[in-house]
Design a protein around this ligand. Structure first.
Ligand SMILES: [Fe+2]
Length: 317
């Protein structure tokens, strides 16, 4: 058990412990069931920009407290632009349920998350989420870890000639990326057909807060590089996907009940668990996202919308 921490007095002393070579830190010394003051919220944001993935342990908070916590990082959007209406708990349209029991009730293959492949969240949008929060309620004793990789470090170690080449390119992003990842006649197929969301983002993005250059493609959503042939696009994406998911650039975190993960969705890709499908376990997490800005590349290149509206927060309270 952790000691009760009283945030109300003054700014709390956060402990920030890095957990991998490039990204990821565990944060302790704050009780997220209580509001934090603005200097503490700023330190949480600073820690996120510095470490890209933050983990908090033993934080038994509820949906409302999760939404309040998410607001420390910016305006909170609804759960998903495709309006998965049955996936939010009553009264909390901001929360996306990731619940293996729901997947099981629909039949079909066993499933523990939306996306068991590397991706940043919802980069089909013209303004993909800036930050994502995921809170674990029920998790298996073993298995079901999530991994993240550092898109800034991936850019930094490219040769300068390749960096310059990539800085002038755009990539198309759409649900499914290069290949359809849902079953025919599924809800996902219907929703993506009803509400097509397609955007063209600079391949190299400049982070709006830190100024760091990032490789802004991901296997989950990036479908092609524009201005080159289909064959060349595939070769370039193969190369970039290999670079951004290199194990040396990753952190892998084991979920525990009442743990909370926060990631800078602009600076990272992540991969949901791939080691549970043969097991019969329960895994329940709750996701919230922070409204993102329209990406800007090098030399002021701006993202372009092909289809779909920006995804704004309902309120900015
Ligand atoms: Fe995700």
């Amino acid at each position: 058990m952790t000691a009760l921490i009283d945030n109300s007095a003054t700014t709390v002393e956060l402990a920030v412990e890095p957990i991998a070579g490039y990204l990821g830190a565990e944060i302790s010394g704050v009780d997220l069931a209580k509001p934090v003051d603005e200097p503490t919220a700023q330190r949480l944001r600073d820690a996120l920009y510095a470490h890209k993935v933050l983990f908090f342990r033993d934080q038994p908070i509820d949906h409302a407290q999760q939404v309040r916590f998410t607001r420390y990082f910016g305006p909170v959007t609804d759960a998903h632009p495709l309006g998965y209406t049955d996936k939010s708990p009553a009264g909390f349209p901001e929360i996306l349920e990731v619940d293996s029991r729901t997947y099981a009730s629909r039949g079909g293959a066993r499933k523990y998350s939306y996306a068991s492949f590397w991706h940043s969240d919802v980069t089909a949008l013209i303004n993909p989420p800036a930050v994502t929060v995921l809170r674990a309620e029920l998790v298996p004793d073993v298995g079901g870890d999530t991994s993240w990789a550092d898109l800034g470090a991936a850019y930094d170690r490219l040769p300068a000639s390749l960096q310059r080449f990539l800085e002038g390119l755009y990539a198309e992003n759409r649900f499914g990326g290069r290949e359809k990842r849902w079953e025919s006649a599924s809800e996902a197929e219907r929703l993506t057909a009803e509400t097509p969301i397609v955007s063209e983002h600079p391949v190299i993005r400049v982070h709006p807060v830190t100024g760091q250059k990032l490789i802004a493609v991901n296997p989950g959503f990036t479908s092609r590089i524009l201005g080159v042939s289909a064959r060349q696009s595939d070769r370039l994406l193969d190369l970039l996907f290999d670079e951004i998911t290199d194990p040396s650039l990753t952190v892998r975190v084991r979920w525990t009940p009442d743990s909370i993960g926060v990631w800078d969705n602009r600076a990272t890709v992540h991969q949901a668990p791939t080691d549970l499908d043969h097991l019969d376990v329960v895994r329940v997490l709750h996701r919230t996202t922070v409204e993102g800005e329209i990406p800007v590349g090098v030399d002021g290149l701006k993202s372009r919308s092909v289809s779909g509206a920006p995804f704004y927060a309902r309120t900015t309270a």
